[in-house]
Design a protein around this ligand. Structure first.
Ligand SMILES: [Zn+2]
Length: 389
């Protein structure tokens, strides 16, 4: 037992852990410390709290700020879990639309070095560097699990992610009508590839073309971005570890497909492992299609975490609440009801909380995007393929 400065008795963490694991460990285990990098804000709060051990009031104030930070990241996760559940249940909302929630992440490539063979343990191969495959996953909850294996020569950039998302949408378009689908893309730890102009332009294009009802990109806070997809990667790593002889990239593809077909990811009926050799240059194409329009302030400290793209006619907003900064720069006026409005907020808002929603609307930085060379006749759109013609 420990004694505090004001005379109270308390037990040590070590004693608590040992008693808990002895009595309740089989029912609810305490997670071991994680190997992931710690969030910089949490790290700062913890150090300050440690240095304030003799100051009860200061410690209380600091603890309040730390709790607010933890609450905020937890609320972000709750929104993701809520969307994941709705996506798995194929829930239809009041306006007859359906939500598909995808999470995108890349896996550590150390497990995908090839050729993978026991012979490589020999001293003779010590000086040789083996190439690796980059593995990315898209879990479209309730619909599809897509794994991609790409050679090291294929750049891991925005075009690559747009290609994967397009392929995933193309596959699931056989199962549901994308025109009444709200797509939510949750970025786990791939902000560099997803939170950029190229991806937002691609999403705008899908919405402007009525390929999707609307599209939202959400990013988890830095350092708190480890979600269910990382647990899935841990299982993938265990699967790869079981095989000693994998000599070519296609061998990795085969064993991963076997793993998925063997009962993994039971919520997703469609499971596919693809090998990517080359991707389209989406970045250049979309830059030309959007007439060089560029959105600033979406990355770096203080940047928003959520981007919702929807057609102007679906927002129910009047034109005078739209921020016209974007249009004044390109010397044009928004004119078509299918022009896409981008809403950004600095934190996510809870759906039914009308007051909160109104406050968020007031602080929105709203811009309008319009795809210049893209057909807007929504009634004629064929949703069988999301690639541009
Ligand atoms: Zn933190």
């Amino acid at each position: 037992m420990l004694r505090t400065r004001d005379g109270c008795e308390k037990i040590s963490l070590k004693l608590f852990t040992s008693v808990w694991s002895e009595s309740f460990g089989k029912k609810l285990a305490i997670r071991e410390p994680t190997g992931h990098a710690m969030c910089q804000i949490c790290c700062r709060h913890k150090h300050i709290l440690k240095s304030l051990s003799g100051d009860r009031l200061g410690r209380q104030c600091q603890m309040q700020m730390y709790s607010a930070h933890l609450k905020r990241q937890y609320e972000d996760r709750c929104l993701y879990w809520q969307a994941r559940a709705a996506s798995r249940m194929n829930a239809i909302t009041a306006d007859s639309t359906q939500q598909v929630c995808c999470i995108v992440d890349g896996m550590d490539h150390s497990k995908f070095r090839y050729p993978r063979s026991l012979a490589m343990l020999s001293k003779e191969y010590d000086f040789l560097q083996r190439p690796h495959l980059n593995m990315h996953a898209i879990l479209a909850h309730g619909h599809m699990c897509l794994l991609s294996l790409a050679d090291i020569t294929v750049p891991k950039d925005a075009s690559f992610c747009v290609e994967l998302l397009s392929h995933c949408l193309h596959c699931i378009s056989d199962r549901l009508d994308l025109r009444v689908t709200r797509l939510l893309v949750q970025c786990d730890n791939t902000c560099r590839e997803l939170k950029n102009n190229c991806t937002l332009r691609a999403m705008s294009q899908w919405v402007a073309n009525s390929r999707l009802w609307n599209c939202e990109l959400r990013c988890l806070q830095k350092g708190h971005s480890h979600e269910d997809v990382d647990a899935f990667f841990a299982n993938v790593a265990v699967t790869v570890e079981k095989y000693n002889e994998l000599h070519r990239p296609c061998n990795f593809q085969e064993i991963l497909q076997q793993y998925l077909d063997g009962g993994a990811r039971r919520h997703e009926p469609l499971k596919r492992v693809v090998q990517v050799d080359e991707v389209r240059d989406w970045s250049t194409f979309l830059n030309v299609a959007f007439d060089g329009a560029h959105l600033k302030g979406i990355g770096g400290p203080g940047a928003p975490h959520t981007f919702l793209l929807e057609r102007f006619c679906d927002t129910g907003l009047s034109r005078d609440v739209i921020d016209n900064k974007f249009w004044s720069k390109v010397r044009k006026e928004p004119e078509h009801p299918c022009d896409v409005v981008l809403r950004t907020g600095f934190s996510l808002f809870v759906g039914s909380d009308v007051l909160k929603l109104l406050i968020v609307l007031l602080i929105l930085q709203i811009y309008i995007y319009r795809a210049k060379h893209i057909c807007r006749q929504s009634s004629k759109v064929n949703n069988a393929c999301v690639y541009p013609p």
